[in-house]
Design a binder for this molecule. Structure first.
Ligand SMILES: O=c1ccn([C@@H]2O[C@H](COP(=O)(O)O)[C@@H](O)[C@H]2O)c(=O)[nH]1
Length: 281
């Protein structure tokens, strides 16, 4: 059997075809209410189905936020599984935002859940936390490679609280975040057209020129929309790495539902603004 096409190559192709926008699927209780839906499993199901119907055929990447599905227990997970399958069938890539991280032996089980092709929750990529030590992610790196999947490792998160950990200086004078980025650059060395091991780097962070974002892998950039960043900020934050950025918007798009045309219009506006900003960079 031939090896699956690596996530990085599939992502580059999807970005070329559909543009780099990632739409987050975050069924907040407040959004369910704004969509006139109950905060229950039927509301969750309807919300998710509407997003899939509106956007699965045109947006390159979706990032379901697992927490909003997990809070409904096994029935919420079933809604998530169905959405992942439908999004992938429609040709979109799915980055599961579950931010898993644990000691290696437990990390292996998380990896089996999201990165093994036979798992019902198999996703094209998974967000993971390196804060139990980058080496603890090894089982996920290995299983992702075997299954043509990828990882997005939390490096410089969009929230202001992240700095106390991520900007901390190690004994060698490097920051913790720079060390994470260095590990990712090593994973992606020599991979063409793009490595499969990306970093999460918030679009909210301003000038990051003191960091080497040239990891030859994708940079998932949350923070656009509700957290205050805009597509026009991207070149200033990411510099030369901007062409590898996957800008992610959740509430900034979702607040235009449940109207299908409203959701499509919002996604198109963000996609146009991103194209203008990145194309001009
Ligand atoms: O650094 C990070 C990492 C992940 N997130 C997640 O992205 C979305 C952001 O939602 P918005 O509605 O577009 O603000 C959410 O799922 C976060 O958990 C992040 O914001 N920052």
């Amino acid at each position: 059997m031939s090896a699956p096409e690596p996530f990085g190559a599939r992502l580059r192709h999807a970005m070329d075809e559909r543009g780099p926008l990632c739409v987050g699927i975050d069924p907040h209780a407040s959004l369910l209410s704004a969509w006139d839906l109950d905060d229950d499993i039927a509301g969750l199901e309807r919300f998710t189905r509407t997003v899939v119907e509106a956007l699965a055929g045109t947006v390159a990447v979706f990032k379901p936020q697992s927490a909003f599905f997990e809070r409904f227990g096994s029935r919420g997970i079933a809604v998530l599984e169905k959405a992942v399958a439908e999004l992938r069938e429609a040709g979109a890539l799915v980055v599961m935002d579950a931010k898993r991280g644990d000691i290696g032996s437990t990390m292996a089980a998380y990896a089996e859940t999201f990165l093994h092709k036979d798992s019902p929750l198999f996703s094209d990529a998974l967000t993971v936390s390196p804060y139990l030590g980058y080496g603890s992610l090894k089982p996920a790196v290995e299983l992702a490679r075997e299954n043509g999947a990828g990882l997005f490792v939390l490096a410089l998160t969009s929230n202001p609280e992240g700095a106390e950990v991520q900007h901390a200086l190690r004994e060698d004078g490097r920051t913790v975040a720079a060390t994470v980025l260095g590990h990712l650059a090593a994973e992606n060395a020599g991979q063409e057209p793009l490595g499969s091991f990306g970093a999460v780097v918030g679009a909210t962070l301003g000038d990051l020129s003191s960091y080497d974002l040239g990891i030859n892998g994708p940079l998932l950039a949350p923070g656009i929309g509700a957290q205050g960043a805009t597509p026009a900020d991207l070149p200033g934050v990411f510099g030369a790495a901007v062409r590898n950025v996957v800008p992610s918007v959740s509430r900034g798009v979702l607040r235009y539902g449940p109207d299908i045309a409203g959701l499509r219009g919002a996604a198109e506006r963000f996609a146009d603004e991103i194209r203008a900003a990145v194309g001009a960079a």
